[in-house]
Design a protein around this ligand. Structure first.
Ligand SMILES: Cc1cc2nc3c(=O)[nH]c(=O)nc-3n(C[C@H](O)[C@H](O)[C@H](O)COP(=O)(O)OP(=O)(O)OC[C@H]3O[C@@H](n4cnc5c(N)ncnc54)[C@H](O)[C@@H]3O)c2cc1C
Length: 473
C-alpha cells in the first residue's frame, strides 16, 4: 500500500465514509464549475463536518506536504476552487459546515459556519426582520466562505458594499492546522492590524475560513423596480448620477443591460415577454428599497419624468407589484444562462471609474471590432460600482479548437485598453488561475514582494491553494 493510500485511509477513519470521497463518480461533482470548466483529478475530496475536523485534516496535510484546495459552492469563475489535473490536490469541501450559529437582531449580526449557502443565510436573517444584503446570481449555490474568500459583491454593492464591508469577525484554519479565532461582533474595533481583512479576497491561499460574523441590515419593508429604455451608455451614466442624488440614497441596484441580453434572456426563458413595445439599444434595471414610511413609487416616477425631460430615458416600465418586479429581475438572471448556452467565450469582470464607463465601452468596442468585426460584444454590469462584464463571444461558426487562442488575443487587447483607463482586470471574480498571468504582469515589484511575503508568512510550504493568485512555489 502506498503512503498516499495510508494517508487517505487514516483520513477516512477520522472523517467517516461520507467524509472522504475517493471514487471518481462520487468526486465528479467537485471538479467542475458553473461555466462547465473542469480541471481535474483531485487526490480525494474531504468533507469535514466540524471545525475541529477541518483543522485536523489541514494539520495532517501540512505534515505530509499535501496540497489543499478549499472549496465552497464552486460557482467561482476563475478556476480557484477546482483541483489541478495532476491528482495531487486534496479538495476540502466546506459543504457539511452549514449551521447558523447565532443571530443577534439588536446588534444586527449573525454568526454562521462558512459552508452556509448564501440564500439560506438571507432567509435566516429575514426570520428576524433583518437582511444580509449580498445578492448575486449564484446565491442558491455559493457559500459564505466562498463569498469571503472572493470578497464577493453583486447587485447591491452600491448601497451595502462588498464582503469586506459585510464581515465583522472570522474564524480561520491556518495552513498548518492552527485555528485563528476572531469571531468579534464589534461594529467598531481599531486594535492594530485588521487581520480578518487579509482573508477577504485571498481566494483560499492563506487559510480555510470556517466561520464568520456577518453584518446585517434592517429588512426592507418595501422595494420598487423599474426597467428603462435608454439611448446610450452616456445616458445611463448620467441617469445614474441623477438617481444617486434624487432617490434619497435609497438606490439598491442600477444595472446596465444591452438589447442583446434581453434577447438572450428570452431565448433562455421562453416565458419572458419583450418588456417594451419597441427595442432600445440599452436598458437600465434599477431598484429602490426602504424600511420606513416613504413613497417609493412617487420617487421612481419623479426620476422617470426627470429622465424623460432631459432625454436620457426613452421609455420606462415601473413594476406595479412584487410579482412584476420579480419578472423584470428574471431578465437579469436568464440573460446569464442565455450567454452560458453560447458555449466558450471570454467572461470578464473589470472596473473603471463610473464616469469613464461610456468612453471605455466605446474605445474597447472599437479595439475589439478592429481585431475581428465578427466578434459579438456583450457589455453589461453594475453601473454604480463601475463594474462591467465586457464579454466577448466568438462567431458561432468558429471551430472549438481555435477558440482558446482567439479569446486570449482578444483579452490581451481588451486589457491594454483597460490599462489606459487605470481600470481593474478583476472587480468581482478574483484572480484564481485564469487571470494570474495578466495580474502578475501588472503588479509593481514592491507590491509583489509584499504579497509574496504575506503568502510565505501564512503558508511557508505553499500548500494552501497553490498557483492561485501567485505562482506555485
Ligand atoms: C451565475 C453567477 C453569477 C455570479 N455573480 C456574481 C456577482 O454578482 N458578484 C460576485 O462577486 N461574484 C459573482 N459570481 C462569482 C461567484 O459566485 C462568487 O465568486 C462566489 O463568492 C464564490 O463562492 P463559492 O462558494 O461558489 O466559492 P468557490 O467557487 O467554491 O471558491 C471560490 C474561491 O474561494 C476559495 N474558497 C471557497 N470556500 C472557501 C473557504 N471556506 N475558505 C477559504 N477559501 C475558500 C476557493 O478555493 C476558490 O479560490 C457569480 C457566479 C455565477 C456562476
Amino acid at each position: 500500500m502506498s503512503d498516499t493510500d495510508t494517508f487517505l485511509d487514516e483520513l477516512e477513519a477520522l472523517l467517516g465514509k461520507p467524509g472522504l470521497l475517493r471514487d471518481s463518480d462520487a468526486m465528479a461533482r467537485y471538479v467542475s464549475d458553473w461555466a462547465g470548466e473542469s480541471l481535474g483529478a483531485p487526490l480525494a475530496v474531504a468533507r469535514p463536518a466540524s471545525v475541529e475536523d477541518v483543522a485536523e485534516v489541514v494539520r495532517r496535510c501540512n505534515v505530509r506536504g499535501i496540497a489543499m484546495t478549499p472549496q465552497g459552492g464552486h460557482s467561482g469563475l476563475v478556476a480557484g476552487a477546482l483541483p489541478a489535473r495532476d491528482g495531487q490536490e486534496l479538495v476540502i469541501s466546506l459543504e457539511r459546515l452549514d449551521r447558523v450559529r447565532d443571530i443577534d437582531p439588536i446588534n444586527f449580526t449573525m454568526t454562521v459556519d462558512a459552508g452556509c449557502i448564501l440564500e439560506n443565510v438571507k432567509r435566516a436573517a429575514w426570520e428576524h426582520d433583518c437582511d444580509f444584503p449580498l445578492s448575486l446570481g449564484a446565491q442558491g449555490s455559493c457559500q459564505i466562505g466562498g463569498n469571503i474568500a472572493t470578497n464577493a459583491g453583486g447587485l447591491n454593492v452600491l448601497r451595502h458594499g462588498m464582503m469586506r464591508e459585510l464581515v465583522l469577525g472570522l474564524e480561520v484554519v491556518l495552513p498548518d492546522g492552527r485555528l485563528w479565532q476572531n469571531l468579534t461582533a464589534l461594529h467598531k474595533d481599531n486594535r492594530g492590524y485588521a487581520l480578518q481583512q487579509l482573508f477577504m479576497g485571498s481566494e483560499g491561499t492563506l487559510g480555510i475560513v470556517t466561520g464568520a460574523v456577518l453584518k446585517l441590515s434592517p429588512r426592507p419593508t418595501q422595494s420598487r423596480s423599474a426597467l428603462l429604455g435608454m439611448p446610450s451608455v452616456q445616458a445611463v451614466v448620467d441617469l445614474y448620477s441623477l438617481a444617486r442624488r434624487d432617490c434619497c440614497d435609497l438606490l439598491t441596484a442600477f444595472e446596465l443591460i444591452p438589447r442583446r441580453c434581453i434577447e438572450l434572456a428570452m431565448e433562455a426563458t421562453p416565458s419572458l415577454i419583450d418588456p417594451m413595445d419597441q427595442p432600445y439599444p440599452w436598458y437600465v434595471l434599477m431598484e429602490v428599497a426602504a424600511t420606513g414610511p416613504i413613497d417609493l413609487s412617487a420617487l421612481l416616477e419623479q426620476l422617470l419624468e426627470a429622465g424623460l425631460e432631459r432625454e436620457l430615458v426613452l421609455d420606462g416600465a415601473l413594476a406595479a407589484s412584487d410579482a412584476q418586479a420579480a419578472q423584470l429581475w428574471q431578465f437579469r438572471e436568464s440573460m446569464l444562462e442565455g450567454q452560458r448556452r453560447r458555449g466558450e467565450h471570454l467572461r470578464t469582470d473589470l472596473s473603471v471609474p463610473i464616469s469613464k464607463i461610456p468612453a471605455f465601452v466605446s474605445e474597447a468596442s472599437d479595439a475589439i471590432k478592429a481585431l475581428d468585426a465578427e466578434c459579438e460584444i456583450i457589455a453589461y454590469g453594475h453601473v454604480g460600482d463601475g463594474n462591467l462584464h465586457f464579454n466577448l463571444l466568438p462567431p458561432p461558426t468558429m471551430a472549438n479548437e481555435k477558440k482558446k487562442a482567439y479569446l486570449h488575443a482578444l483579452e490581451t487587447r481588451l486589457f491594454e485598453v483597460l490599462d489606459g483607463f487605470d481600470g481593474s482586470i478583476s472587480a468581482e471574480h478574483g484572480i484564481g488561475r485564469t487571470k494570474r498571468e495578466a495580474y502578475l504582469e501588472r503588479l509593481a515589484p514592491t507590491e509583489r514582494e509584499l504579497l509574496e511575503g504575506i503568502k510565505t508568512l501564512f503558508d511557508p510550504k505553499g500548500l494552501m491553494n497553490p498557483g492561485r493568485i501567485l505562482p506555485p512555489r
